[in-house]
Design a protein around this ligand. Structure first.
Ligand code: GDP
Length: 140
């Protein structure tokens, strides 16, 4: 087991429906500790940069429009195997395929408006954390 950090976003469909606390409770109950957190309004440029890996996908425009539609909460989570653990707590991308009890099964609207983002690797977690936070904002 290894103590890791991962990056999380509570997406606009969740902030809009006042589910920020409900999502955080799932993360904390799942064994993850929030060591940095801020509510922000993404700009189009920032969202496009974050999702650049998906820029050729047919849903890219829709994804960016969604991510800037309301504020988001960006967070750094810490815990044992945090990258994989967070993905387990989130559930599958498509809520119809997500396991019972996961954030996406309980709260997501559809495959696009799916309530949370979580880094898919330790390498990407580091890149994504640095995209949103400076060292002074990550306070253990
Ligand atoms: P994730 O790692 O589980 O978030 O999934 P991906 O990296 O494959 O996709 C990134 C995000 O793009 C997802 O969380 C969705 O918000 C969005 N997305 C993925 N597939 C679709 C799709 O088919 N349609 C739409 N509208 N959005 C999608």
């Amino acid at each position: 087991m290894a103590l890791q950090r991962t990056f999380s976003i509570i997406k606009p469909d969740a902030t809009r429906r006042n589910l920020t606390g409900a999502v955080i409770k799932k993360l904390e109950d799942g064994g993850l500790r929030i060591i940095a957190s801020k509510r922000i309004q993404l700009t189009r440029e920032k969202a496009e940069g974050f999702y650049a890996v998906h820029s050729e996908r047919p849903f890219f425009g829709e994804l960016v429009d969604f991510m800037i539609s309301e504020p988001v909460v960006v967070q750094v989570l810490e815990g044992e195997n945090a990258v994989a653990r967070n993905r387990e707590i989130m559930g599958a991308t498509n809520p119809e395929e997500a396991d019972a009890g996961t954030i996406r099964k309980e709260f997501a609207i559809d495959i696009g408006e799916n309530s949370v983002h979580g880094s898919d690797s330790l390498e990407n977690a580091k890149i994504e954390i640095e995209y949103f936070f400076n060292d002074a904002e990550v306070v253990g």
